[in-house]
Every structure is written in structure tokens, then in C-alpha cells.
Design a protein around this ligand. Structure first.
Ligand SMILES: [Zn+2]
Length: 353
């Protein structure tokens, strides 16, 4: 009996090691295929690659744990204008972006011209304003002292998509006010968790002020005090970007803009590289000569039955002019017809076809 068990064990172990070798062979073969497959002009043509196309920057606020049928407005809007949305509608949005060939990139990478998206796919950027509790609702701490996140808050939903679609490159930028995420005992842990897990945090002013209504001195305090908080909790890990409350001022010419872009507060100087507007449509490619990183438009992520620049209307428009990647972040690929729109300030290799 013992001999039989011993024999079976030997057969089993031999089988295991054979399988492992086969697996190894398969992996190295696959790697060879990936390395040998060069992207050609034919690939650009068949994928309609155009790296001078438009990029959607989506603007969200609150995500409420509700079904769409539980609101009195269309498509999961919680309020009439769709600034607040249901968790069901947010999940639907994410499925829609993924299935329409969009892959997420960081806002700061877009501004810096680092668009790392696979061949034939298009970049999309997610932003959240106001630091609402339902963006990342903490329900407690685990045994290791790490935050436990409500799976129905925005981050909980984003994390579930990260698992479901690893190639979605899930990320987002959160723009906070003085109360951060409104959870006093967890705020610091939340900021650190976000940075550690590939999300970004930016500036939405201390008191959610309208810059058109305040003077230079107050502007410096409103911008500088948020940078000071971020600098204390996540030094060098936050983004120097201001999402303008109410999208105001509406022009770069406004006298307060200088103090938004260059602020001194408590003897420290803070440079802002971009201000985000409340726009209505997709932005230019960072390689376009019409790209102005200082003043970026955002699409309000809401549903209005395909009217008034809601998600559906914007993504229908994008079908004709969206950014489609060549799969190489160091090369700009554009159709011949778009050549005159190029401004290659990042000095990347350019291929036209
Ligand atoms: Zn706001």
C-alpha cells in the first residue's frame, strides 16, 4: 500500500514539474510574439490613429449610493443639473467609457504630454470636485490600521473596476477644500491612501470661493492654504492644479489669475501649472497648437437625454475627432491631414501617415 502511495506521489510530482515547464515555454513564446509584433502604418490606418484628437476630462462631484429609479431626475442625476449622481449611473458611465475604447490617464500626465494608452484606444481623465464624503467614505480601520472604504463610494466603485478591467488603468484626480474629505479622523489616512493607490489630489480652494468676488490677498490665502495642507500631509505627492470653484473666473485675463498661478502664503511660494474650468466639451490634444494647459475645459459628467453637452452628446461628437493612440507614448502619430495642427513642444518623434 505504501509503495502504491509512493508511486502515485512520484507520478503526481513529475506531472507538476512537466506542467510548469510547459507553462514556462508558453510564456516565453508569448513574450517573443509581443516583441516581434511591430506596429506598422497599416495598424495606424486600421485603428484610425490620431494623436491630435480631442481628450475628454470628466467632471464629477458626489456619488450617492442610490439606484437611478430612486431619483426624480433623468439618468441617475440626483439634482436637476446632474452635479450629483447615483452609484448606479457612475458604474454605467465607467462601463460605457471602457466599452467605447477609452482608457484612463492621470490629469497631470495629460498636461505633461505623457499619454500611455494601448494602440487604438483613447485617453479619458476623471476628476472629482468638492472632497465630498461619498468620494471615499471610510467605514473604519482594519487590524493593520488601514482604512476600510465603502464599496459604494466613488473610490470603492473605481477600485472594483480596477479589478474587473486591469487594462482600464483606473485613476482620478480629487480636488479638495479645507475640510478635505469631511472625515476629520481619517482625512490624513485618506490622502495617503489615494496617493499610494495611484490617485491624485489637487486644489479647490479653502472655502470654495468665487475668485471673481475676492481680492488679490484673499486669492493667495484661498489657494496657498490648501497647498500648505497638502504639502504637510503628502509632501511632493499632490498635483499643482486648481479646479476653479464655479468655473470662475471665465477668462485668463482676470486680474486674480496671476495669483492663482503664482501664490505666496506663509513665506512659501506655490506655482500652479493648470486651472480647470467648468467647460462643456472635450479638450485639445497636448500635442495640438491649440492646447493651453493653463486653462482646461471639463465635461460635466451628467445625463440629459443626449442634449446640452451631456455625456452621450459629447461622446457622440468625439466619435469624429477623438484622440486615438499609437500605443507608444514617446511617438506622436498623426494623419497627414492634421499635420498643420501639431506643436511638438515635448520634442517627441513624429510619424505622419
Ligand atoms: Zn466645487
Amino acid at each position: 500500500m505504501k509503495k502504491i502511495i509512493f508511486l502515485l506521489l512520484i507520478i503526481y510530482l513529475t506531472g507538476c514539474s512537466t506542467l510548469k515547464q510547459e507553462e514556462k515555454d508558453n510564456i516565453s513564446e508569448n513574450e517573443d510574439v509581443i516583441q516581434k509584433k511591430e506596429i506598422t502604418i497599416e495598424d495606424y490606418k486600421s485603428n484610425n490613429v490620431n494623436e491630435l484628437g480631442k481628450v475628454p476630462i470628466m467632471m464629477y462631484h458626489g456619488i450617492y449610493n442610490k439606484k437611478n429609479s430612486e431619483t426624480e431626475y433623468t439618468g441617475g442625476n440626483i439634482d436637476k443639473d446632474g452635479y450629483q449622481r447615483t452609484s448606479e449611473s457612475f458604474k454605467n458611465d465607467l462601463e460605457f467609457y471602457y466599452n467605447s475604447g477609452y482608457r484612463m490617464i492621470r490629469l497631470t500626465d495629460y498636461i505633461d504630454g505623457n499619454i500611455d494608452v494601448e494602440l487604438g484606444k483613447s485617453p479619458i481623465i476623471l476628476t472629482f470636485d468638492d472632497g465630498l464624503e461619498n468620494n471615499i467614505k471610510v467605514t473604519g480601520l482594519n487590524n493593520n490600521g488601514e482604512i476600510i472604504i465603502d464599496p459604494n463610494s466613488a473610490i470603492g466603485i473605481l477600485e472594483s473596476f480596477k479589478e474587473k478591467y486591469p487594462d482600464f488603468n483606473v485613476t482620478a484626480t480629487f480636488f479638495v477644500n479645507g475640510t478635505l474629505f469631511g472625515q476629520e479622523e481619517y482625512n490624513e489616512k485618506i490622502l495617503k491612501w489615494l496617493v499610494k493607490h495611484g490617485y491624485d489630489v489637487g486644489n479647490h480652494t479653502y472655502n470654495h470661493v468665487n475668485f471673481s468676488d475676492i481680492d488679490e490677498q484673499k486669492t493667495k490665502v484661498e489657494v496657498g492654504s490648501i497647498y500648505e495642507i497638502l504639502d504637510t500631509i503628502i509632501p511632493n505627492k499632490y498635483v499643482n492644479i486648481v479646479a476653479l470653484p464655479f468655473g470662475s473666473p471665465y477668462s485668463l485675463e482676470h486680474s486674480n489669475m496671476d495669483y492663482i498661478f503664482n501664490t505666496s502664503y506663509n513665506n512659501k511660494n506655490y506655482i500652479t501649472k493648470s486651472a480647470l474650468r467648468v467647460g462643456w466639451e472635450a479638450e485639445n490634444s497636448p500635442f495640438s497648437n491649440e492646447f493651453n494647459p493653463k486653462f482646461l475645459k471639463r465635461i460635466r459628467a451628467y445625463d440629459n437625454d443626449g442634449k446640452d453637452f451631456d455625456i452621450k452628446m459629447n461622446f457622440n461628437l468625439l466619435e469624429n475627432n477623438k484622440y486615438i493612440s499609437d500605443g507608444n507614448k514617446d511617438v506622436i502619430v498623426i494623419p497627414n491631414s492634421e499635420q498643420n495642427l501639431l506643436y511638438n513642444k515635448y520634442n517627441k518623434k513624429v510619424i505622419t501617415y
